[in-house]
Design a protein around this ligand. Structure first.
Ligand code: MF3
Ligand code: CO
Length: 257
């Protein structure tokens, strides 16, 4: 069942969204060669706890950290570790869910470490643009499959793959609610969208083949072919006229994507 949020609930979700954005603003200057993914997670958690928020990922099926920090061929669910140290040319995604006053917001940014190859920049740009292609379809009376298809078509037209085993999702009091929002699908299928629904739309993109594997830690998801991966995510609210993104940083709001 898809929960339609009241205006009051949407206000609370926006507060959670601002907190997630603040995490990105705080962590980004620390993304440099030599820093560990443990340190990045610690900075992120500290921002959330200092604001009185909570991290629903921590303890979710025993997941051990507040955020996921995924480097290069790790697509999602990288467990922060003192042993994973960023190097020049890496890309690192930070997936942040924060709950505040009972409501959650969820977003992911992939950052570059130092100077990146053009092919890596292109992967990052296509992943972000795929999100925007998807949300062009996120409006009342469209279907979830319209979003999914737009993401898939855009990504595959650039020669990349979309992950199959992991999806975006509804969000609200819980970080995962109905519906699931795959990054692949058929237009006109899936749940009907209505104003007041909240969705986490999250293209998870592989530079090479679509297959993934999960490491023995039970969490870390990597590309099977060892090629690069990228992830970009925002929480959006379906509005009468389309949608509103609630997890953008102030800097991002000032740039016309
Ligand atoms: N942001 C992730 C998601 O969209 C949160 C899950 S992380 C987990 O599903 F580690 F808690 F699973
Ligand atoms: Co999510």
């Amino acid at each position: 069942m898809i929960i339609v949020k009241s205006p009051r609930e949407i206000e609370l979700m926006k507060e959670a969204g601002r907190l997630v954005a603040k995490v990105f603003e705080t962590v980004e200057p620390h993304i440099k060669a030599g820093v560990s993914t443990y340190e990045l997670n610690k900075i992120a958690e500290d921002v959330i706890y200092a604001a009185g928020g909570s991290c629903p990922c921590k303890g979710y099926y025993d997941y051990p950290a507040g955020t996921c920090v995924s480097v290069n061929d790790t697509l999602i669910h990288g467990i922060p570790s003192k042993k994973i140290i960023l190097r020049e040319g890496d890309i690192v995604s930070l997936d942040v869910v924060a709950c505040l006053h009972g409501y959650c917001a969820d977003a992911t940014r992939t950052f570059g470490v130092g100077i990146l190859k053009d092919s890596v920049k292109q992967l990052m740009q296509v992943t972000k643009d795929a999100f925007y292609k998807g949300i062009e379809k996120a409006k009342p009376d469209n279907h979830v499959g319209d979003i999914s298809n737009a993401i898939q078509e855009y990504v595959e037209a650039h020669g990349y793959s979309v992950a199959r085993d992991f999806t975006g999702h509804g969000i609200g009091k819980s970080m995962h609610e109905d519906p699931s929002v795959p990054n692949y699908g058929i237009p006109g299928t899936g749940a009907l969208l209505k104003a007041g629904m909240a969705l986490a739309i999250e293209p998870m993109i592989l530079e090479g083949k679509k297959e993934t594997r999960v490491l023995g830690d039970g969490w870390t998801v990597k590309s099977r072919d060892g090629k690069l991966t990228c992830h970009y995510e925002n929480t959006i609210i379906i509005t009468e006229s389309g949608n509103e993104i609630i997890t953008l940083t102030e800097g991002e709001k000032n740039i016309n994507v």
